[in-house]
Design a protein around this ligand. Structure first.
Ligand SMILES: CC(C)(COP(=O)(O)OP(=O)(O)OC[C@H]1O[C@@H](n2cnc3c(N)ncnc32)[C@H](O)[C@@H]1OP(=O)(O)O)[C@@H](O)C(=O)NCCC(=O)NCCS
Ligand SMILES: CC(=O)OP(=O)(O)O
Length: 324
């Protein structure tokens, strides 16, 4: 896993505390134990202590120095509930806050908000919507960003690519697509990839017409106007973006066609389906969704993730905490 060699070094620069709040899940416990033993983070797992210990015993997982946080008896629960009420500006009352804090994504997100964890990885047993909603509501976007998006790091042997948005923005407009492209360029650099961004469509350079194509064309214009330093082109079909010969034939003047390594999908259907096809038919390892544009390192998982996916995304999260 070449991508992760650099991230492992960054994670080791200063050992960060990462919370994995879905402590019931066997894959989470396995990843937590490995992460702690390998020294890439101080790992907190949250849940009910008894359930965590039983699961660890049944699955023969040695949790070693992993910290277990009991969500029901956590001493600062009252502080978290009160802060959650304040943060939600009348949208959540105190009873609702306690209820929300019974759920791993809200509990883990508040741990990050309070500064008791440096980052969170969740989503092995919760849908993306349920995982990211607390982050969007509580952590919010980074300065200068207006939206959060979700990128997948796709890796197979020496090949690595970024696919986005695979997780959050259901039907992004042109401005949102351009912001996703900008954020994805940053994610690409984080994994040592010099971004060449293809704004994907079913059309290449006007070969098809209509509002869906125009949306992508406008996003390309925004990218060129706002970030001329970033190599970005479109609209491109995937073959034109990826295969040099087809890129030359369909978009001869493009510097990105046939060379792209960052793929921006026009909406969430194609983004989510596309990465899962590459993962399941193409045998790519899919790490993420890495949440882009969020003000703290919180990352999502697919419920279909493996122990290895959780382990690697946790290393990335610890590294992000050191890059902030
Ligand atoms: C992400 C998602 C859950 C947010 O929608 P929602 O639950 O309806 O949330 P709301 O629209 O009520 O917004 C909740 C908060 O998040 C914020 N928000 C919503 N989308 C956001 C985005 N893309 N970036 C930043 N903030 C966002 C809202 O501003 C709102 O903040 P506020 O409550 O402080 O005013 C929704 O867009 C979604 O379901 N996306 C698809 C997820 C999915 O199923 N992916 C496929 C599998 S990976
Ligand atoms: C990213 C993603 O598709 O998540 P899930 O499989 O949990 O829906």
């Amino acid at each position: 896993m070449k991508v992760f060699e650099k991230l492992k070094e960054v994670a080791l620069e200063k050992k960060r505390t990462i919370i994995l709040p879905e402590g019931k899940d066997k894959r989470v416990l396995q990843a937590a134990a490995r992460l702690q033993a390998d020294g890439y983070a101080n790992v907190q797992i949250a849940g009910k202590t008894k359930e965590i210990l039983t699961s660890a015993q049944e699955n023969e997982i040695d949790l070693g120095k992993v910290t277990i946080i009991d969500m029901e008896t956590f001493p600062q629960l009252d502080q978290m509930a009160n802060d959650l009420v304040k943060l939600r500006h009348g949208k959540v009352n105190i009873d609702e806050a306690y209820e929300l804090l019974k759920t791993p994504p809200y509990f883990g997100t508040m741990m990050v908000y309070e500064g008791w964890s440096d980052g969170m990885v969740s989503g092995a047993t919760h849908s993306t919507a349920d995982t990211v909603r607390p982050a969007l509501q509580i952590i919010k976007t980074k300065p200068g960003m207006t939206r959060v998006s979700g990128a997948m790091i796709m890796e197979r042997d020496e090949e690595k690519y970024i696919f986005a948005d695979c997780a959050i923005n259901i039907d992004p407009d042109s401005e949102t697509l351009a912001e996703i492209a900008f954020q994805s360029a940053q994610t690409a650099r984080m994994v040592n990839l010099d971004p060449k961004i293809a704004m994907l469509s079913f059309s290449t350079k006007g070969s098809a017409k209509g509002p869906m194509v125009e949306k992508v064309q406008k996003a390309v214009k925004i990218m060129h106007a706002e970030h001329p330093e970033i190599m970005c082109d479109g609209e491109l079909q995937f073959d034109a973006a990826f295969v040099p010969k087809i890129g030359k034939a369909k978009a001869p003047d493009s510097k990105v066609a046939g060379q792209a390594n960052v793929f921006i999908f026009p909406e969430l259907q194609s983004g989510n389906i596309g990465y899962k096809i590459a993962e399941r038919l193409g045998n790519f390892q899919a790490i993420g969704p890495v949440l882009q544009g969020l003000a703290a390192p919180i990352n999502d998982l697919s419920r279909g993730c493996s122990t290895e996916d959780i382990y690697l995304l946790s290393i990335l999260t610890a590294a992000q905490a050191n890059m902030e």
